[in-house]
Design a binder for this molecule. Structure first.
Ligand code: ATP
Length: 367
């Protein structure tokens, strides 16, 4: 194992119980200094509790938290160099913007408060609002002021607890790009908590997908999407078509790099041997909606009937029902050739290698 960077954040076997309920269950992870990290998962999975332990607002029941070499596990929030931006930005309405940003610095009698606060405001592109009062700014601008206030003393770690949750969708998308720009400009560690998979994928270098207090998978966005480690991750990030199938190649032997599996309809499907863990018999063959093509251009083919066609702008999303009743989601780019009607019989195809494979023995319920 390589050594730890000087400002890496390390959670070691961290568990948090509230009486008999375990909200965070034995989590270990290292977040490299300067990375943009997301904790992603459904409501109640333990992401906020994890964040609160890093902030010092909760104490782990078991385990330790380090920033670099320093054990911060039992330090009070103000004793660790960690700031949090919440959804509610709680600015002082009677103070002007620069005084809001400089508030903490002035309390600590930092002689350089004016320059630092102005620099932080410039960073969030609100330098010109220094003399205004919070009620004169829009919600999105106030949120950026809160961000400047949290960045002004250059924390080791900045925690973002669903900070964009109160903003409308368009502003939210703008702020995602903006936050990413600010993070790369300041080079500080950002940890972002969200239940919005698109938001996590847009912003983070690395995502920990949480479920039931545990980390289901920790990876970069592309890996989570292309190679989900569980049906939970496959279904939580984007849409997945999961087909139950049995390995039929003799002893799972590969021919030209592919192995044959058989579906419930006795359709044979070729999958990349490298995607198939050795020794497994019952699998989920996962195919993302945009990998399926309508037509027989791909080597693997399934027949079905269109049960829904929804225009979504750049693409059309179809539901296609297979003979055994399973409905597959198919997304086709719109090329002006028109939409297939409901009731149309179609062939879906894709090529081996475009799938991901999960072991049914470890993951019986595909949801
Ligand atoms: P959300 O997005 O809804 O905030 P979350 O993933 O952030 O969800 P947490 O807030 O970490 O989840 O909560 C995880 C679980 O721990 C929930 O079931 C919650 O009810 C429980 N929990 C959190 N704080 C406490 C507490 N102080 N006392 C008892 N149970 C708690």
């Amino acid at each position: 194992m390589s050594g730890h960077g000087s400002g890496d954040l390390r959670l070691s076997s961290v568990t948090k119980s509230f009486e008999s309920f375990t909200a965070v269950d034995d989590i270990s992870l290292t977040i490299p200094q300067g990375s943009f990290f997301a904790l992603l998962g459904p409501s109640g999975c333990g992401k906020t509790t994890t964040l609160r332990m890093v902030a010092g607002l909760e104490q782990p029941t078991i385990g330790t938290i380090h920033i670099g070499d320093a054990d911060v596990t039992s330090l009070k929030p103000y004793q660790r160099n960690v700031n949090t931006v919440f959804q509610s930005y709680a600015l002082f309405p009677h103070l002007n913007i620069i005084d809001n940003v400089a508030f903490g610095l002035r309390q600590r009698k930092d002689g350089d408060w004016k320059r630092k606060a102005q620099e932080a405001l410039d960073l969030v592109e609100l330098g010109h609002t220094a003399k205004k009062k919070p009620p004169q700014l829009s919600g999105g601008m106030q949120q950026r002021v809160a961000l400047a206030r949290a960045l002004v003393n250059r924390p080791d770690v900045l925690l973002l607890d669903e900070p964009l949750g109160a903003l409308d969708l368009k502003l939210r998308r703008q702020m995602q790009i903006e936050l990413k720009r600010i993070q790369s400009e300041v080079g500080l560690t950002f940890i972002h908590v969200t239940h919005d998979q698109e938001e996590a994928m847009t912003m983070a270098d690395t995502i920990a997908v949480m479920n039931g207090g545990r980390i289901e998978q920790l990876a970069d966005p592309a890996t989570l999407y292309e190679k989900p480690a569980s049906t939970f991750v496959a279904n939580f990030l984007g849409q997945s078509n999961l087909l139950p199938a049995e390995v039929v190649s003799e002893g799972g032997a590969a021919e030209n790099g592919v192995v044959t599996v058989r579906t419930r309809d006795h359709d044979d499907i070729a999958v990349a041997a490298e995607h198939l863990p050795p020794g497994i018999r019952s699998v989920w063959v996962g195919v993302r909606p945009e990998k399926l093509r309508i037509g027989d251009a791909g080597r693997n083919r399934l027949r079905g009937v269109v049960t829904d066609a929804s225009f979504t702008g750049v693409a059309t999303q179809y539901l296609v029902r297979l003979p055994w009743g399973k409905e597959l989601v198919v997304v086709q780019q719109n090329d002006g050739s028109g939409r297939l009607p409901v009731g149309e019989n179609v062939t879906l195809s894709w090529d081996p290698g475009q799938e991901f494979i999960l072991d049914q023995a470890q993951d019986a319920d595909a949801g």
